[in-house]
Structures are given as structure tokens and as C-alpha cells.
Design a protein around this ligand. Structure first.
Ligand SMILES: Nc1ncnc2c1ncn2[C@@H]1O[C@H](COP(=O)(O)OP(=O)(O)O)[C@@H](O)[C@H]1O
Ligand SMILES: Cc1ncc(COP(=O)(O)OP(=O)(O)O)c(N)n1
Length: 271
């Protein structure tokens, strides 16, 4: 069984964070493990509280996994502080892990900060250079690269800057694109650009889309897929999950992690 680790925050509402990651790992048939960086009190309306773990607690969780079970691929989500980013980057280097998916989570949908301002430098200097792929949304890419992203050309220029920062591949996600009809994710491997577009689903139930997308990439990489193929599967996974979104609570409901596998099983194609 292939094994995937998420180093991320807990979302009590179950739509984003480690809960979304572990559900995605399960649906894609990899064994899921977690190192929790922070506990959030959260629901479909927003984040009501953020309770960071100590850096020691994060380090120990990762050591426990590394020293016994092992990791085929890992993703990072909400890392909250520069200290946690420094420690996690050091462990990735010590354990010589290569299949690293960095989802540079900064702000939750309701506006709550999930990454301290002073941690952005550590993200750029320590973690991004270790990433096999980084998956920013447009606002995250704008903050990290320091430029406005409005056009296709802007997206391509920003993607090049991520490669200059040391990422081996990048996807700039299109959920925040202005286009009301489609979402366009840009993939760049340092050589060629590829666009993966899909019909934009008109729903407010998009809580956890970024987490789910990066977790699906991680699962596919853990199973041995090439990065670009993993991105293509992740795009199909998130599209199905948004199309069959779940109306829960009174705000932004979650996506449906069962949808992709259900469709594949219906076609008799799951591998
Ligand atoms: N309304 C939507 N319809 C279809 N796909 C979407 C929609 N919103 C986001 N996506 C897709 O979900 C994935 C996550 O994107 P995004 O929402 O930009 O990330 P984040 O949750 O980090 O802000 C991307 O593949 C994006 O294209
Ligand atoms: C604990 C936790 N981690 C990450 C996020 C952000 O998730 P994301 O997939 O970007 O979805 P939205 O917050 O935009 O719905 C989170 N909210 N909580």
C-alpha cells in the first residue's frame, strides 16, 4: 500500500485541512497519515479560532511516522508559523524526502489568517526550494511573487518566478479567475506551459477545494504517477467533487470527496 502524509491544520467542520486531505487519500486508495500543525475551530461560516501546536509536537508527529511507517509522498497545507516551516523543511531534508507537494495556504475563505505574515519569508527560502510541485491560488501567488495576476501572461510570468524560487513544478489554480464560465489552472514544469480548464460550477459550496486538489496530486504521486499526470487526475477529482458538492451548514459547504471514485466505479474503470 502506498502511503501519503499531510502536514496541515485540522478543520473541525471537516471540509478543508487534514480532514479533506485524509478523505481524498482514502478515495484515491493510498494510506493516509497526518501531522497536525494547528487546530482550527471552523465551520461553513468561517474560522472561529486558531490554536497552533508547538513546533516540538509537529516534529515528533513527523518523526513517529518516518521512523516506523515511511512516506511515499507528502503535502503541506496550513503551516501557520516560520518556526513550523523551518522545522518541517529541516525534517524533509534529513529524511531525504523528494515527493513534496506544497499548498501555500495563507487565508481561509472567510478571511481568517492561517499563516503569519512573517512566515512568508521562510516559506520562500526554506520550503519552496524543496517542493516537487507548489499549488498556489491566485492571491497566494500574488503575495509570494509580489505581482498582480490578472491575465494569462501574468500567470505565466508568475509561474516562471516559482521555478526561480526553486519549485520543480507549479500549478497556479484558477478558482479565483475572473472568468464566470470556466476555471483555468496553469501547469508549468520549467519548460512548457499546459492549461487545464473546466466548466466553473456555480455554487458557494467550495470550501476546501485547494486542500482537496493538492491532496489528490499527492495521492497520485505516492502511487507513482508523473507530476503532470497527477495534476490531470487531481483536476478531474476536484471537478467531480465540486459538481456533487454538499449543502451543509449556512455558509460555504464542502465538496464531495466520494464523487470521483463513484463515477469511476460506475464506469468500471478504477485503478
Ligand atoms: N467553482 C468552481 N468550479 C470548478 N472548479 C473550481 C471552482 N472553484 C475552484 N475550482 C478548482 O478547484 C481547484 C482549487 O482552486 P482554488 O479554488 O483556486 O483554490 P483555493 O481553495 O486554494 O483557493 C482548482 O483546480 C480550481 O480550478
Ligand atoms: C485548517 C485549514 N487548512 C486550510 C484551509 C484552506 O483551505 P482551502 O482549500 O484553501 O479552502 P477555503 O478555506 O478557501 O475554503 C482551511 N480553511 N483550513
Amino acid at each position: 500500500m502506498r502511503k501519503a502524509l499531510t502536514i496541515a491544520g485540522s478543520d473541525s467542520g471537516g471540509g478543508a485541512g487534514i480532514q479533506a486531505d485524509l478523505k481524498t487519500f482514502q478515495e484515491l486508495e493510498v494510506y493516509g497519515m497526518s501531522a497536525i500543525t494547528a487546530v482550527t475551530a471552523q465551520n461553513t461560516l468561517g474560522v472561529q479560532g486558531v490554536y497552533p501546536m508547538s513546533t516540538d509536537a509537529v516534529v515528533q508527529q513527523i518523526n513517529s511516522i518516518a521512523n516506523d511507517i515511511g512516506v511515499d509522498a507528502l503535502k503541506t497545507g496550513m503551516l501557520f508559523s516560520a518556526d513550523i516551516i523551518d522545522a518541517v523543511s529541516q525534517q524533509i531534508t534529513e529524511y531525504n524526502w523528494r515527493n513534496i507537494v506544497v499548498d501555500p495556504v495563507m487565508i481561509a475563505k472567510g478571511g481568517a489568517s492561517l499563516l503569519q505574515q512573517e512566515a512568508i519569508a521562510a516559506l520562500k527560502q526554506k520550503l519552496i526550494p524543496l517542493s516537487l510541485i507548489i499549488t498556489p491560488n491566485i492571491p497566494e501567488a500574488e503575495v509570494i511573487i509580489g505581482m498582480e495576476i490578472k491575465t494569462k501572461e501574468d500567470k505565466e510570468a508568475a509561474a516562471k518566478k516559482f521555478i526561480e524560487l526553486g519549485a520543480k513544478n507549479v500549478v497556479i489554480k484558477g478558482g479565483h479567475d475572473a472568468d464566470p464560465l470556466e476555471t483555468m489552472d496553469l501547469f508549468f514544469d520549467g519548460c512548457e506551459f499546459a492549461y487545464y480548464s473546466s466548466k466553473r460550477i456555480d455554487t458557494q459550496n467550495t470550501h476546501g477545494t485547494g486542500c482537496t486538489f493538492s491532496a489528490a496530486i499527492t495521492a497520485e504521486i505516492a502511487k507513482g504517477k508523473k507530476v503532470q499526470e497527477a495534476v490531470i487526475t487531481a483536476k478531474d477529482f476536484i471537478q467531480a467533487a465540486i459538481e456533487e458538492n454538499i449543502s451543509l451548514g449556512n455558509g460555504h459547504g464542502p465538496t464531495n470527496h466520494w464523487a470521483y471514485k463513484k463515477r469511476i466505479l460506475q464506469k468500471g474503470l478504477f485503478v
